[in-house]
Design a protein around this ligand. Structure first.
Ligand SMILES: C[S@@+](CC[C@H](N)C(=O)[O-])C[C@H]1O[C@@H](n2cnc3c(N)ncnc32)[C@H](O)[C@@H]1O
Length: 378
């Protein structure tokens, strides 16, 4: 296929602008930022490239059509009028999932089966199939998403969500999503040769994402994608994208990244995850309480997702940790500190007003990302 396609990179609320920046950095200009998604026009080769490289997006979907529908008939006819055969092969397996918000067509199961029927009818006619479609081939997950009567028909190109990089073999109680972790790191001005510490590292996600960013390793390098099996994407596009990722990785970039946690068990899990990510011994892992942390060098960065103290009994302990961290960092103004927490008293506990704050959702938890900019020593 030579013509451009419309792609939708979906994103958690609050991180759409990170995704847009990444899409732009890959060279795609025609971008619209909307709630929960970034829409852009790009050549087909963007499907492998965006799946491999986007660190902060949840998925990449291919837009097949967009229209308004107020009746099942309209939904059926307009779905059938779309060129599904350009994407789905005669043997393709295409389950249809759906969602509907504030729309006349609110019964999701009905919408799904109507869309399925319309695509089946279209493909049977185009492929000259009189009986049933076998659906034994490549997998195309079609989604019908209706919002205020506007129907979006997409095919998911990613397979499992892009946060599944393939390295997280173990996790703790409250792991941070890889996509959000990458966004936290990307917010900072950290350069890969500067010290980077997560003193509440848990399963190590933030430190691992920092290492991948530091060495410019494509986050999707270790996994597979649903669209790798699709006929309309020439396999050379996938080969080129993987080659590009290999060429751009800078495995010689020295890093000074440390993850520490009070729990021995978490440190072991983090170590295993880093191994799985192919980072070997690049990150230093250490069992340590935050109150024992001491910056060893100048101009470092702390990026962390400490406990929030939302559970009964944890509050006082957590407040003390925030106070301890504030006292330690007071003596090292060259360090920048970035803390994600839902605790609204963070600044007063830490003892300083943040240079900047940004609202972010950690799953369903409303959090603030407190940012303290260090004064770099030359
Ligand atoms: C919200 S979790 C971090 C999750 C991590 N970002 C991840 O992706 O897995 C907070 C971590 O802080 C650790 N922790 C609790 N109290 C601590 C303390 N006083 N010093 C250091 N770490 C502590 C917990 O063991 C837990 O792993």
């Amino acid at each position: 296929m030579t013509q451009n396609v419309t792609l939708i990179a979906t994103a958690a609320m609050g991180i759409e602008t990170f995704v847009a920046r990444e899409v732009k950095a890959l060279g795609y200009e025609d971008i619209q930022v909307e709630n929960g998604r970034v829409v852009f026009q790009a050549p087909v080769s963007a499907i492998p490239r965006t799946n491999l490289w986007l660190r902060t997006a949840d998925r990449v979907k291919l837009l097949v059509g967009k229209f308004n529908a107020y009746s099942f008939d309209e939904l059926f006819e307009q779905t059938k009028a779309l060129p599904w055969e350009q994407f789905i092969t005669e043997e393709g397996e295409f389950p249809v999932i759906g969602k509907s918000v504030k729309s006349k067509l609110y019964s999701v199961p009905d919408c799904q089966s109507i869309v399925k029927k319309a695509i089946v009818e279209r493909l049977k006619k185009k492929y000259g199939v009189a009986s049933i479609l076998k659906e034994t081939g490549a997998f195309y997950r079609v989604e019908v998403a209706i919002h205020k009567d506007e129907v979006l028909l997409t095919i998911d190109t990613s397979g499992s969500g892009l946060h599944k990089r393939g390295y997280r073999v173990g996790q703790g109680e409250a792991p941070l999503k890889e996509t959000l972790s990458a966004a936290l790191v990307q917010t900072t001005n950290w350069r890969p040769d500067e010290p980077f510490v997560d003193p509440f590292c848990g399963s190590g996600t933030i430190a691992i994402e920092a290492a991948l960013i530091g060495q410019n390793i494509a986050p999707g390098f270790n996994r597979e994608f649903a669209s790798e099996d699709w006929d309309f994407i020439d396999s050379s596009h996938w080969d080129n994208a993987f080659q590009e990722a290999e060429d751009h990785a800078n495995y010689d970039q020295p890093l000074d990244i440390t993850g520490s946690d009070i729990s021995h068990q978490m440190i072991e899990i983090a170590q295993n995850n880093a191994m799985e990510a192919g980072l070997g011994d690049l990150i230093q892992w250490k069992q340590m309480q935050v109150k024992d942390f001491q910056p060893r060098k100048d101009n470092g960065y702390i990026v962390s997702n400490p406990p929030y103290g939302e559970r009964m009994g944890d509050k006082e302990e957590v407040e003390e940790m925030y106070r301890d961290l504030g006292v330690i960092m007071r003596d090292d103004p060259s360090w920048s500190v970035y803390i994600l927490t839902s605790n609204e008293n963070f600044e007063s506990l830490y003892g300083k007003k943040a240079t900047k704050k940004r609202k972010l959702f950690n799953g369903f938890i409303k959090t603030d990302y407190y940012q303290y900019f260090g004064k770099h020593i030359k």
